[in-house]
Each structure stands twice: as C-alpha cells, then as structure tokens.
Design a protein around this ligand. Structure first.
Ligand code: AGP
Length: 613
C-alpha cells in the first residue's frame, strides 16, 4: 500500500505535496519522492533512508524550482523491488519529460518489461511501476494526447492501480486513473488536487470526489474532467466528509485495528496477486531458492512468534497434506535453545509481519549456522529477515498499525499455503488440476472474509452476552486448533481477560477440571474431517455447564443445536478455513475490549514489534 498525491494551480506545490505525503506516511514510508513540472521539463527528488524518507525529501524539496505550480508525489510501501532511491517513485520515461506515481500491483509487469526492453527502452528500476511510464511514453510519442495515452497504457495492464502522470509538454495538467485502488480528487476555485486517501486533502478542501474503477481524470488548475476508459464523460460523485484528520487516517473507523480488520479482504487479494506464470504454474516472488534446491528439501522447520506462529501452524498442515514434507513448527525463542538437528536439506521458514522480531531473527541465524536454507515470510520489504534470508515471500497487507495483528495474520496463512502448493507442484505430490482447484479456493477467500466481516453486528450481540465472563477456553482440532490459539491470543492481548487456546481432544486429559458454569468455551467447529469429534468435545464441556460459542459454517444446524451462540462463517475447504474462521474471533476480542474501555490499537504492556529477546 503506497500513498500518491498531486496538485496543480498552486504556487506552493512543493510544500503542499510534502505536507500531503506526511499525512499519507501511515500508508508506507520505505521511500518518498516528488516531481514538479517546470519550463525546462521535470524536476525530481527522491529519498529512501529508513523510516524518515519524507523528512529527507522535505530537505531536498528546498532546492525545488520556485514558481512550480504542478507536481506529483509518492510515499512507498515496497512490494516489487527493495526500498531504494532507484526504486522510489516518481518514475520517468526515457525522455525524462514524463513522470508517474503509482499505488497498486502490476501483475504482468515482467512481460511488459521484456517488450519495452525489446523496443529499446531503458528501465532504471526494479519496480513494476516504471513499465507504465514507458508505455505512456510510447503512446505520447505517437501523438496521442496524455489522457488517452494513459488509458492506452493501462489497457495493457493486469492488476491494481491508482496513478498520476505529468508531462513537461502539458504544464499544469495531471492525468489520473484507478482500478481496485483508492483515488480521491479535491478542488478549490484555483487548485485541483488528488491523493490516495482523504487525509492528504482535508486540510485544503472538503470539495472531494472519489474516482471509480476504470475512470480517467484530467486535472487542470481549479477544474476537473472525468471520463470512462471508453471516453464517455462522467459527472463524478461528490464525497461528503465530516471527518477530522485523525479519523480520516483511520478511514473513518474508530481505530486502526478496526480499519485493518476491514482491509483483510484486500490484503488477502493483494497477497494472492501475481503468483502464477502465464502457463498457470505457481511462481513466488523473490524466492531466490531455485527449484532444484527446493526439490532437495526433505524437511521443513517453521519458526515464529505470536500470531505469526499460529499462521505457521496452519502451514504445517498444508505442507504435510499437499507436499508430503515432514514439517515442524517451533516458537522461535524455544527453537534456538533446543539444539535443533538441521542440515542443508532442511528448509527453515521464519514468519514475521515486521521481519524484525529478534526471537525469530536469531532462530533463523541459528538455522543458517546448521547449514539450513532459510526463507523469510514478511510484510516488510527489505526487513532484516528479508535481507538475511536465502529467499523471501512477501505478504502484501500494507502497513499494520494496530498492535494486534489481523490482516497480516490472514495474509501470512495465504502466502504460506501458496508455498505449500508450490512445494507440492515441484515434488509432484499434487497434480496441476488439484493445485488449480485449491488456488481457485484461495481466490474465493477475499469474498468469504468480507462476508464474515459483514456479520460484525451478530458477533457484537454475542459479545454483549459475554461481558462479565472472566474465564475463556478456545478449542479447536486440526487446522481449527491454531484458529483457537489465535482467538485466545486476541482476547488476551486486547481485553486482558484470561483465555486459553487448547486442542479440543486434549481437554479431557486434565484441563476439563476447570470447566464449570460461567466458563465460556469458544469452539472452532467449521467443517473438517474432525468435525464430529469436535462436536463430541463440545458436548463434554456443555454437559459441565460451560457457555458454548461455536464458529460454524453457514446452515450447520447440528452445530447450532449444541451451542448457546453461533458465529456463522461461509463454508470453505477445511485447510483454507482458518483464513475465514478467525475473523469472528478477532471481532469478538475487539468488541469485548471496547466494552472494557481498552485501547485496542495500543494494548497495555505490548509493542508492535518485539526487538528484544
Ligand atoms: C499478535 O497480535 C501480536 N501483536 C504478537 O503476538 C505478534 O504476532 C508477534 O510479536 C510476532 O510479531 P511479528 O509477526 O512481527 O514477528
């Protein structure tokens, strides 16, 4: 997730762009840049130093040409290409007279780049975005006006985009377009502006319009023209915004956690994008471990902490089920000290949203000392783990601000299941048709997650009945067990209530002694090969007076018959079900924490990234 901004008609263009980028930093800050249109051409500045790229850009902008009244800017959350000045937006075309910024993912960028290189273009970055600048360049060179040149370039693109383009031959004009990625336009009498998100414009105007998918906008000072990609003029829909700045950065949600829960469908969809070659085989970005090395793997060890550990547990089931590879999952802080037995045929996978958790980082270093190949699964491009690993698999959830992990957890499960399928593809333990069927199921998950989120009120009603409860068990079997653990962790870290995640089949070996009237047992009872056994375990706790809350598939009357409350979810294939089943548990924990007056974005005693052992 990146932030783009643009403005035309203001003598304060540089400062407006910088201020807007500061307000968009929560969308990413790996690098920042701006381009201004002036008489001589395009003036560009870019910075990519750690988390203060926008501040560094602000210093560079002091040397911007005075009087520049039109420009675009970008703050980056890297997905393709490491954070660097070369990869920072805006990107230029070969003439240096066109500049472009982009938020989204160009799925077919590799094919487009090959064609551009064949036609003599010089690509100066590793990004998917730069291809767009050169495609627009080609159309402009044929005499097409800028707005139609942008549409022609985008017609060759698969993926998601929100872009803004300027050209030195059309000073004062910005062309913008979007698909599946947000873009807002603002107006005053003299200035036209655009941004990825409302916060960047709120300080200047509340005259806002939201572009729709496959619409192109032409901004000139104080005026706006919008058309469909087919050229039909559109009267854009005005946005009424009552938010203040902070509310706007939360997208109108009460807090970042709520916003990020609702970003989960998009996070899963983005993480699934661009994972297949034209021939349909799975292709994982930055893996940098070649197929023969992967085929030589005879064991997988996964190390992680917290929610990432729970995602790793789901991966164990997936890798063993599909790829038939023995897979161990370790708490990272334990792994290092258990004298693990690893060798060069072991693949050690570190799962970490931040890519900086020291327990996991040290575990990976230990694995490398044993000669194991190391793969990092991270949400932060070029994080410490990503840099040190032999290969990297990125989730594309965008910045996760809330301390309690939600969208990254779902994205981790999805990308780890893609890894499991890739291993199965390489080892031939699943046919292409079988793999394709599962991939189709993965691509249905964003809609299922959105449907689970749409039932927020039903979950809120259940939370209302549980206010006052002080003793929670979360039970699950098979892939439902990591879901139970994640539900318990969410409740603990947000509401500070005691909650224990436990394998449902194990409860009778002691902990069932704790069950009494008033104990709340949350069971993950979505359909799976262990469904009947799960319901039997539920009956054991219900008969001892527990209040039973079940996560169950839509229409499952059998589950409803043994529960006091049901958190309904759309049915999915068992091994994909954690991605959907965990959603009502996130909402339940969030709602109980809100009722207790807790700060859900910054729970007590916690930090978003734990860089101590
Ligand atoms: C999850 O909600 C917690 N914030 C915590 O358990 C977290 O998952 C853990 O610290 C691991 O963080 P990482 O994914 O950045 O490595």
């Amino acid at each position: 997730m990146c932030g783009i901004i643009g403005a035309t008609g203001t003598a304060a263009a540089p400062s407006f762009l910088i201020e807007g980028l500061h307000r968009l930093e929560y969308r990413g800050y790996d690098s920042a840049g701006l381009a201004l249109v002036e008489a001589q051409g395009i003036w560009r500045a870019r910075a990519a130093e750690g988390t203060h790229s926008v501040e560094d850009l602000e210093v560079l902008a002091r040397t911007a040409p005075q009087g520049a009244r039109c420009g675009i800017g970008h703050t980056r959350w890297a997905t393709h290409g490491r954070p660097s000045v070369e990869n920072a937006h805006p990107h230029l075309d070969c003439t240096g007279r066109l500049a472009l910024v982009h938020n989204g993912i160009i799925e077919n960028h590799a094919e487009l780049a090959i064609g551009l290189l064949d036609r003599g273009h010089v690509l100066a970055s590793e990004t998917d975005t730069e291809c767009l600048a050169h495609l627009v360049e080609e159309a402009v060179a044929e005499g097409t006006r800028l707005s139609r040149a942008v549409v022609r370039a985008l017609s060759m693109v698969r993926g998601s985009f929100a872009i803004a383009v300027v050209h030195a031959d059309q000073p004062g004009t910005i062309v913008a377009a979007r698909r599946a990625t947000p873009l807002v336009v603002g107006l005053t009498d003299d200035v036209s502006m655009l941004a990825s998100d409302i916060p960047a414009l709120l300080g200047t105007t509340r005259r806002l319009v939201a572009l729709e998918d496959d619409q192109v906008a032409v901004l000139t000072p104080g005026s706006l023209e919008v058309a469909t990609f087919d050229g039909d003029e559109i009267d854009p829909t005005a946005l009424t915004v009552e938010w203040d700045l902070e509310a706007a950065q939360k997208g109108g949600y009460d807090d970042f956690m709520s916003k990020e829960m609702h970003e989960q469908p998009h996070a899963v969809a983005e993480t699934l994008l661009d994972r297949r070659s034209p021939d349909g085989t799975l292709r994982l970005d930055d893996l940098r471990i070649d197929d023969d090395q992967l085929r030589s793997i005879d064991r997988v060890c996964i190390v992680a902490c917290g929610s990432s550990y729970h995602a790793a547990m789901v991966a164990k089931y997936a890798i063993e089920h599909w790829a038939r590879l023995p897979t161990e999952v370790d708490i990272a802080s334990e792994f290092r000290y258990r004298d693990p037995v690893l060798d060069q045929r072991t693949l050690t996978v570190g799962v970490s949203q931040s890519g900086e958790t020291l327990d996991t980082l040290q575990a990976l270093r230990e694995a490398r000392r044993w000669g194991s190949r190391v793969l990092a699964v991270s949400n932060v491009v070029d994080s410490s783990m990503a840099r040190e690993a032999d290969g990297v698999l990125y989730t594309r959830a965008g910045p996760e601000i809330g301390v309690a992990s939600t969208k990254c957890h779902l994205a981790q499960i999805v990308v780890l299941e893609l890894l499991a399928l890739t291993l199965a593809q390489l080892r031939g333990t699943r046919t292409p048709a079988q793999i394709d069927a599962v991939v189709r199921g993965l691509h249905e998950l964003p809609d299922h997650v959105a449907e689970a989120l749409a039932r927020e009120k039903e979950v809120r009603d259940v939370a209302d009945t549980l206010v006052g409860a002080r003793d929670f068990f979360f039970l699950g079997r098979g892939v439902g067990f990591p879901v139970a653990l994640e539900g318990a962790l969410k409740l603990k870290e947000l509401s500070y209530l005691r909650a224990e995640g436990y394998p449902a089949g194990e409860l009778k070996h002691g902990p069932i002694a704790l069950i009494e009237p008033g104990t709340v047992v949350v069971g993950v009872a979505t359909r799976s090969p262990l469904y009947e056994k799960m319901l039997a375990n539920v009956a054991e706790v219900a008969s001892r007076g527990a209040t039973v809350v079940l996560v169950a598939d839509d229409g499952d009357d059998q589950a409803a018959g043994v529960a006091d409350h049901v958190l309904w979810v759309p049915a999915t294939e068992a091994i994909l079900s954690p991605v959907v089943g965990v959603v009502p548990l996130q909402i339940l924990a969030y709602q109980l924490a809100r009722r207790l007056g807790n700060d859900v974005d910054r729970p007590r005693n916690l930090a978003k990234t734990v860089t101590v052992e």
